[in-house]
Design a protein around this ligand. Structure first.
Ligand code: ASP
Ligand code: MG
Length: 467
């Protein structure tokens, strides 16, 4: 059988917030299905993953909270599915899963022990509920939908719970055969984003926002014609519209710019969203559910600033001491310690005098990292001083050619006008991004200024060229 071109459609939690929203999503899928073969990837309902984390960390009222959670899912079914068989099957699935979840959480409350593995297991329920709902809504509309978990779809990961990595040698053939079969049978697979499993069948998650990564991974493995990310904003914006109300949709981004954008925390994309799409021939579109506007991600780059992203919640760890100047191995010792602890270094720098090394880590990692560094310095007898500055923000300006003096000077000027101390300026790869580290309190104002005076005029010019 000759299949129509494949489109992977990903629906984020932000658009899955009510019974009506599931219907709207189903309508979009129904429309796509007329022209294309469709594979759907879904997130949990809006807020559900956060809620599961809260219950897990604070299970006192779990009976009440779980019953509210189950009710909110069942309510979607009640409002959207009339067919008794379809309703009954989905209802049974949801109540069975709720019971399972309740039993796990009772055990957590009793044992007071949360491991990363257990956490992933608990978080996996959100996507499973959501995919089952969408399957039911689609079936009630006469579409032949079938829900698959990430592992049923064939995604195998390592056991880095909380931020698992797909094992490609296992994943590629499995996805091709399993999802390939579902598609060849003419069905619409509704796949849970975010969750997968190790080859021993232990449930893992790909990290917050991971449904994006699931979708792009599947699209690249299946050689999809297109991937469409449906979210609550009309495409990639020139900056976060909550920071600048005048932000506009960026009509076109090249894949390398999109890659930097997701890495820089843009639109809460999973940082690895565009990784699988770099080499793929897949057309990438980011839009909102009403398709008011959209961003097309293309291979070819166009010069100019496109967007500015902000990430907060970092700490800077500074290591100082004349001792390390000219001595080979101090940097290796420091970065090796981070690697051993599994602490990701978001940025690092050292002047040529070698009297200071600065490393940027997530706030939640800073205490374990610094106490281990103290121990290592002690053990090695190194007379080094450690200091920590919390509340550091990373501002990343993205656009082809952004490292030219023309942009760099103006970007620094705007940050300084916002009252920022600029701790470091780091160029990204291929002349596509520039990252500044500043204190959090000035960061919003700096983003606003960079947006209004540098990014927005460039994007508006790009829009005119399109028109
Ligand atoms: N539900 C997960 C989260 O909130 C994954 C996702 O939505 O992409 O992080
Ligand atoms: Mg998301």
């Amino acid at each position: 059988m000759v299949l129509k071109p494949l489109v992977v459609a990903k629906f984020g939690g932000s658009v899955l917030n009510s019974p009506e929203a599931y219907v709207r999503v189903a309508e979009v899928i129904e429309r796509l299905n007329k022209e294309y073969t469709v594979a759907v990837v879904v997130s949990a309902m809006k807020g559900v993953t956060d809620k599961l984390i809260r219950i897990l960390e604070n299970p006192q009222d779990l009976e009440k909270e779980l019953s509210a959670l189950t009710t909110s899912h069942v309510r979607v079914l009640e409002k959207t599915v009339d067919d008794m068989n379809i309703f009954g099957e989905a209802f049974a699935y949801i109540t069975r899963l709720s019971d399972e979840l309740a039993r796990i959480l009772w055990a957590v409350r009793y044992l007071r022990l949360i491991t990363p593995k257990l956490r992933d297991y608990v978080l996996s329920f959100g996507e499973r509920f959501s995919a089952k709902l969408l399957e039911a809504v689609l079936r009630a509309r006469g579409l032949d939908a079938v829900m698959l978990t990430g592992w049923e779809a064939g995604i195998v990961t390592d056991d880095r719970f909380g931020e698992a990595n797909p094992v490609m040698e296992e994943t590629v053939p499995r996805v091709r055969s399993r999802l390939g079969k579902v598609l060849e049978d003419g069905k619409i697979p509704v796949i849970t984003g975010f969750i997968a499993a190790t080859k021993n069948g232990e449930i893992t998650t790909l990290g917050r926002g991971g449904s994006d990564f699931t979708a792009s991974l599947l699209a690249s493995i299946l050689g999809a014609h297109a991937i469409i990310f449906y979210t609550d904003v009309p495409g990639v914006m020139s900056t976060d519209p909550r920071i600048a109300g005048n932000a506009v949709t960026v009509p076109r981004l090249c894949i390398e710019e999109a890659f930097e954008f997701a890495r820089a925390g843009g639109k809460k994309f999973h940082p690895r969203t565009f990784e699988p799409l770099r080499e793929a021939a897949t057309q990438t579109i980011i839009t909102n559910i009403n398709e008011e506007n959209r961003t097309l991600v293309e291979k070819q780059c166009r010069p100019g600033a496109k967007t500015v992203a902000l990430l907060q919640g970092y700490a800077m760890v500074n290591i100082e001491g004349g001792y390390m100047a000219g001595r080979v191995g101090t940097a290796a010792l420091v970065t090796g310690t981070a690697a051993r602890l599994g602490v990701n270094l978001a940025a690092f720098s050292q002047p040529v005098t070698e009297t200071r090394i600065s490393l940027l880590v997530k706030l939640e990692d800073v205490d374990s990292f610094t106490s281990e560094l103290e121990r290592v310095f002690d053990r090695e007898g190194l007379p080094l001083r450690l200091s920590v500055e919390r509340g550091i923000a990373a501002i990343t300006v993205i656009g082809d050619g952004i490292l030219s003096a023309h942009y760099m000077r103006r970007i620094l000027e705007e940050a300084m006008k916002a009252g920022c101390n600029v701790y470091s300026v780091s160029p990204g790869a291929k002349d596509k991004s520039l990252c500044l580290l500043v204190d959090e309190p000035c960061s919003i104002e700096a983003v606003k200024r960079i947006h209004d005076n540098i990014v927005l005029p460039d994007v508006e010019r790009l829009m005119k060229e399109q028109a």
